[in-house]
Ligand binder design. Sequence first.
Ligand code: F6R
Length: 594
Amino acid sequence: MCGIVGAVGINNPRDYAIEGLKMLEYRGYDSAGIGFLSDKINIFKDIGSPNHLDDILPSSFETELIIGHTRWATHGTPSKINSHPHLSCNRKIALVHNGVIDNANELRTFLLSQGYKFYSDTDTEVVVNLLEYFYLSSKDMHTSLTLLKDQLEGSYALAIINEDYPDSLFMLKKGSPLMIGKGKGFNLIASDASPMAKYTNEFIDLEDYDFGYISKKEIRIFDKNNNLVDRKPIVKDAESISHDLKGYPHYMLKEIEEIDEVVKRAISIYHEDNQYQFDSKLLKDLREADHVMFIGCGTSYHASLVGGRIFEICNNIPTTEYIASEWAFHPVIPGKKPFVILISQSGETADLIHCLKIIKEKNNVPTLLITNTPGSTLSRGVTYTVLLHAGVEVSVASTKAYAAQVALLALLSGALSKNEKMVVDLKDTIDVIDSIKNNLKQPIEQIAEEIKDHDNVFFLGRSFDYFLSLEASLKLKEISYIHSEAYPGGELKHGPIALISEGLPVIVFITDPTTASSMRSNIEEVKSRGAKVYVVATKSLSKKGDALIVDDYAHFLSGVAISSIAFYLAYFVSLKKGYNVDKPRNLAKSVTVE
Ligand code: F6R
């Protein structure tokens, strides 16, 4: 993971670096640091998020060349010494790194044999010293970067300062994202466009093995064959990459409250002029498939469970859903004519990138990526990409992207069978989402108050309600640190019912007419063992005493219509416990390590 920024010739380097790193905090916030060149390389770094940088940096300084880093620890604990930037032994080269160097141990052994000393536990310190080693003999950065690239195994996005080149910021990329922001009289670099959006709207997405440098006036990129390449910048509008909180106290709350707009937008884009708007080749490939395999991680995996069930019910296509990190170890693609759908909000998740590599080694399997991130690493490797258009999701806990993923999968299913009712059903969910936003926040907050001091919480449901339970449980544990379990209602009696004890909160979703009565029986089973049950039900299936009642909607769209209930609940619990809602401990938004 980790986020990096760099700039040459910008007017306010201090602000750019600090504010930029704050925007990249979603990539990790174990430690942060900044390096800049004046008469020598200066480094300021410490554990904690980039918010601390204001305190540890001089209040003003002049420099043409700056790099910065926010870290999600992989090699070495979160500590000052392991923080980036890292300096080479002669202190003349500094760099920041996002990625993991797989052969760091071998390279360290080699450098030790050459008299190098190491002060941190990081793979990055190996990289900076290896670069110094090549530079001392070649006296040329271009040659040194070529040699470095040939030696490094693993993933890396690097921004590098060398004291001998006071006008140039060097870069090198493989496997981890890196973008250039093209300015006038300055140039920028960052892990994504957000830190640079205030300064430019023209961005160049670097490709794997690209390397080169930016100066005030020049951008020089060389590809893997060492050829100078002219990568055309893409223009992005500021709104689509904005991190403005728009008056909300937290990104998570803002993003939950955007769900209605996100669903409307998905409908208007993918069902414009009363016609489904998906690539006809994509639909053809999907229709010809005899099996669709879905693959994702975390929340995106939960969306794939919903999508798979919708495809089976509405399109009669057999599906299998896999957790990416599991599938990679038994990589079987079911079916004679399979199609693979990868789901990833960020489009950068390493577990999925690994799976895609395996899938591509198998001949001619068409792949579709459903993602929120145009130009992401995954989108460059798949046959088709369909964008969520959900707007940037900053909060580490995914909310609006989940609702958008489910909405998109429903639209795709509708397009496959030319089912116009799907759009009507999806439009109906918007009123449900709005009425939750307008009328149910207070009762949800009350439930949060009642469960916040418990050590354990259960979520129950059947079929689509079970899939939503999985997501609700993940969200609660992720940001409130309360242990929670999600179970299919019918599975309880096969073991987990032993955990039900006096007062244990059990949250139950009942929105599916076909499973409602069995679910009611399961409720009696847990109630008779002392559980405190909170039922979330649709009006036509509700009973006296239910905690939250919502208007009816097509039950397979729970992930769109009522996922906000699960999200608000987790949000309020986390808030009441005094935790950092948007930045839960140990996590990062973009999981770029396996
Ligand atoms: C949970 C959450 C994670 C992500 C998972 C996959 O709230 O956000 O479980 O869903 O890390 O990330 P993407 O979708 O970017 O591949």
